[in-house]
Design a protein around this ligand. Structure first.
Ligand code: DQA
Length: 149
């Protein structure tokens, strides 16, 4: 099984950026958690981070035929990007949306998620552990889907 983990704008600033909201762990710690979780499950993983909407759309499109599922934190593009929603719909891969903070309890403009409309699950407010939960969820979903076909 191969997963693609995509992180959107400003997530490379983890640890520096608003630690009261996003914690003190930096982006390298997030990458390490993702790699360790996948390694323990025997999953191959690639991780990409971009501050550019089009690059995120390109990454989603390039996942088709190469990955079994996507974990995505579109960051601020969550609340604006129909292009990311459309890309997720276009490739049709199972995708889980992750937010470090609980966007349902923040400003009204953060409470709408376009990509959620194309995701099998949204995990929010769990800190970096949300990525671990997303990987485990996708892994069992993909295993169950492939064993029933
Ligand atoms: C975020 C929440 C978004 O509203 C925000 O723009 C981010 C991070 C989160 O992980 O909690 O950049 O996606």
């Amino acid at each position: 099984m191969k997963l693609l983990v995509i992180n959107g704008p400003n997530l490379n600033m983890l640890g520096i950026r608003e630690p009261a909201l996003y914690g003190k762990a930096d982006y390298k710690a997030l990458e390490a958690l993702v790699r360790e979780t996948c390694h323990a499950q025997g999953i191959d993983v690639d991780i990409v981070q971009s501050n550019h909407e089009g690059a995120i759309v390109d990454a989603i499109q390039s996942a088709l035929g190469r990955y079994d599922g996507i974990v995505i934190n579109p960051a601020a593009y969550t609340h604006t990007s129909i292009a990311i929603l459309d890309a997720l719909k276009a490739v049709g891969l199972p995708a889980v949306e992750v937010h470090i903070s609980d966007i349902s309890r923040r400003e009204p403009f953060r409470q709408l998620s376009y990509p959620a409309l194309a995701c099998v699950k949204s995990i929010m407010g769990q800190g970096l552990d949300g990525y671990r939960q997303a990987i485990l969820f996708l892994s069992s979903l993909i295993q169950n889907t492939s064993s029933s076909t």
